[in-house]
Design a protein around this ligand. Structure first.
Ligand code: NAD
Length: 355
């Protein structure tokens, strides 16, 4: 397996592989960039088809976290970890304690949080063996998912204003793919705002709950792309904006929480050409990281949520700049994130030279 010449390798500062003989833990931690602060990012547990697939995921996701924190204006770097295994059958407390010991070896350079396949409870177990865990209840922000859902809701509202010239979500039709921690929370906010929901999830229980409690209309997991809606909100897994799905989308806007939604960078151009307004994933789903960045002895939830609400303005700014500069929204988001990162890198260099 190649690391330095992997397609997803982007000058990562560190990539560490961990194995624990007793618990069977197999994990990879990637630290992409710590210019802005310690690398913070979730821990994904997934039954990867190969070690290469796990490596590719952790490299891509950790890079994404650098851009996300930079764009969100928080002083955190980008990192991510993956545990190779089936989250439904392979979880044990000992496994997460072993994972905590792995995180601890980085001495705070990487801070773990929950992600797909892991829960706040799992991270609380890992907290037994390291203090470098964020987004758990213990005097902290707790589960970041409600903040992420609120941020997506705000970004979605900005997209509706920009693309459809409507300052209300009343009567807006949204197709939500994935009713997990974030997707379901988003549905609740949308319902409260008067939107109509069309939903799909591989988990039948979540679908039934959305139907019963939120009056959502259920569709099959393949049919969700074809719905005649205003907004398509991907809140499950990545790479779902691709050659197969984009031509099927019958919406004006794509705004959802999933990480790495674009299968390839050029899919942003294809969407723009089709008149689809894309809210860049790491701009709209930064609510959790913003919330976590407020953690500390003086944690103030209301202040943190106001900060999360700023995703509305961030997204609106991206949409306007993209239109003005005739670029895709994804390119503009990257540009803003890189501008801040480059400035911080230069400031650090100057400081080092001066000392
Ligand atoms: P989750 O695991 O709680 O939810 C994912 C949901 O998607 C599950 O209900 C699952 O059954 C469903 N799903 C899986 N495959 C599907 C398919 N093919 N079609 C439809 N549904 C499918 O995860 P989450 O925390 O809600 O995160 C959702 C997405 O948002 C992920 O991509 C995650 O990386 C991203 N994200 C989450 C946060 C957060 O704070 N939790 C922050 C930023 C980004």
């Amino acid at each position: 397996m190649s690391v330095f010449s992997a397609k997803e390798f982007d000058n990562h500062e560190a990539v560490l592989f961990f194995h624990d003989r007793t618990t069977g833990l197999k994990a990879i931690i990637a630290v992409h960039d710590t210019t802005l602060g310690p690398a913070l990012g979730g821990t994904r547990m997934w039954n990867y088809e190969s070690d290469e697939a796990a490596l590719a995921d952790v490299l891509r996701l950790s890079r994404g976290m650098t851009y996300k924190s930079s764009l969100a204006g928080v002083n955190l770097g980008g990192g991510k970890s993956v545990i190779i295994g089936d989250p439904r059958t392979d979880k044990t407390p000992a496994l997460f304690e072993a994972f905590g010991r792995a995180v601890d070896q980085l001495g705070g350079r990487y801070i773990a949080a929950e992600d797909v396949g892991t829960s706040v409870a799992d991270l609380e177990t890992a907290r037994q063996t390291t203090r470098h865990i964020a987004g758990i209840s213990e005097g902290n922000a707790g589960d970041p998912s409600p903040a992420t859902a609120y941020g997506v809701f705000q970004g979605l509202k900005a997209a509706v204003l920009f693309r459809l010239k409507k300052d209300t979500l009343s009567g807006i039709k949204v197709a939500v793919q994935g009713l997990g921690h974030v997707g379901y929370g988003l549905c609740e906010l949308l319902k409260e705002a008067g939107a109509t929901l069309i939903v799909a999830d591989i988990n039948e229980t979540s679908v039934s709950k959305a139907v019963d409690q939120l009056g959502a209309v259920p569709v099959g997991i393949e049919e969700i792309y074809d719905q005649d809606v205003d907004v398509f909100a991907p809140c499950a897994l990545g790479a779902i904006l691709n050659d197969n799905t984009i031509p099927r989308l019958n919406a004006y806007i794509v705004a959802g929480s999933a990480n790495n939604q674009l299968a390839e960078a050029h899919h942003a151009n294809i969407m723009t050409a089709r008149g689809l307004l894309y809210a860049p994933d790491y701009a709209i789903n930064a609510g959790g990281i913003i919330m976590i960045s407020h953690e500390g002895p003086k944690f103030d939830r209301e202040k943190a949520m106001r900060h999360v609400g700023g995703i509305y303005d961030t997204c609106l700014d991206i949409f306007k700049r993209a239109e003005r500069e005739n670029m895709t929204t994804a390119e503009i988001a990257d540009r803003i994130a890189l501008e801040r990162l480059e400035k911080a890198r230069n400031d650090k260099k100057k400081l080092a030279l001066a000392s």
